[in-house]
Structures are given as C-alpha cells and as structure tokens.
Ligand binder design. Structure first.
Ligand SMILES: Nc1ncnc2c1ncn2[C@@H]1O[C@H](COP(=O)(O)OP(=O)(O)O)[C@@H](O)[C@H]1O
Ligand SMILES: [Mg+2]
Length: 139
C-alpha cells in the first residue's frame, strides 16, 4: 500500500491508523533517507497511543523510551535509531531481543537495515520517500 504524505497532517492520519491496529510487542521498521519523515511519523504514533512525550531523533543515544503514566495497553514506545551504527557488533549490548519482548511496549526503529535478520517475522515495514513527486509512505 502506498500513501501520499503531502503534509504532516497526512503523516498524523497514517500514524493514527497504524496505531489502531497495534498490539503490545509490535515492531515497526522505518526505512527512508534523512529528512524523509521517519521521526515525524514516530512522534505522531506516540501521540496516537496517548503517550505524552516529546519525540526527538535518538540519533546520538541509540534509543529513547517514551512512557505513559496512564494504564495504556501499550504503555511504552522504544524508539531506536541505528543511523550511526556501522556494525551490528556495536549494538550487541543493546539487548534487542529483550526490548522486542517487553510485554507492554512497542518498538520503532529508524535505519533498520543493519538488523534486518533480527527483526521479528511480523514486523511492520514502512518506507518513506521524498523526491520530486513529493513525500510518500509505502507500507
Ligand atoms: N508529511 C510531511 N509533510 C511535510 N513535511 C514533513 C512531512 N513529514 C516530515 N516533514 C518534515 O521533514 C523534516 C524531516 O523530518 P524527519 O521526520 O525528522 O525525518 P527523518 O527522521 O526521516 O530524518 C521535518 O522538518 C519535518 O517537519
Ligand atoms: Mg530521524
């Protein structure tokens, strides 16, 4: 499925629709170049899940956690950004399996190419593009 994202409202709409179908343990892999809209999508997804947090690109910290103080079914989003990682060995200590197995959380991963074979089978993949035709997401 391909969706045009002419403006951030469209990104918010998409995030809202994806959020409706999410379940604890879901893993979402966000592909796309720098500036294509991955972090923007993540921000709207966190908002749609009723988690009140400021979403920033975790480029320098590898992972950011956004938690709800309410009793949400999905009470936490683990936001991972592998942009700076050159070798999977660098993230051995991160404990990806444990993160994916957290019972009330979902994981969102920017630049997931490096851990392609570590992604669970039911991963939701979204590819963002931004070129002369504008912004698009492919799910
Ligand atoms: N659908 C959209 N329409 C217009 N601008 C957008 C859209 N999605 C993202 N942007 C803008 O593009 C810029 C880069 O977005 P960002 O989400 O940080 O990209 P990425 O995380 O893929 O590097 C931001 O200034 C953001 O506001
Ligand atoms: Mg980003």
């Amino acid at each position: 499925m391909e969706i045009k994202l002419e403006n951030t409202e469209k990104t918010e709409e998409l995030a809202g629709r994806i959020a409706e179908d999410l379940y604890p343990g879901a893993v979402i892999a966000l592909y796309g170049d720098l500036g294509s809209g991955k972090t923007t999508f993540t921000g709207f997804l966190v908002k749609a899940l009723n988690i009140d947090a400021r979403v920033q690109s975790p480029t320098f910290v590898l992972i950011r956690e956004y938690k709800s103080d309410k009793k949400n079914v999905i009470g936490k989003v683990n936001h991972i950004d592998l942009y700076r990682i050159k070798d999977v060995k660098e993230i051995e200590d991160l404990g990806l399996e444990e993160i994916f197995a957290e019972p009330d959380a979902i994981a969102v991963i920017e630049w997931p190419e490096l851990i392609e074979e570590k992604l669970p089978q039911n991963v939701i993949k979204i590819k963002f593009t931004y070129d002369k035709d504008g912004r698009k997401a492919e799910i």
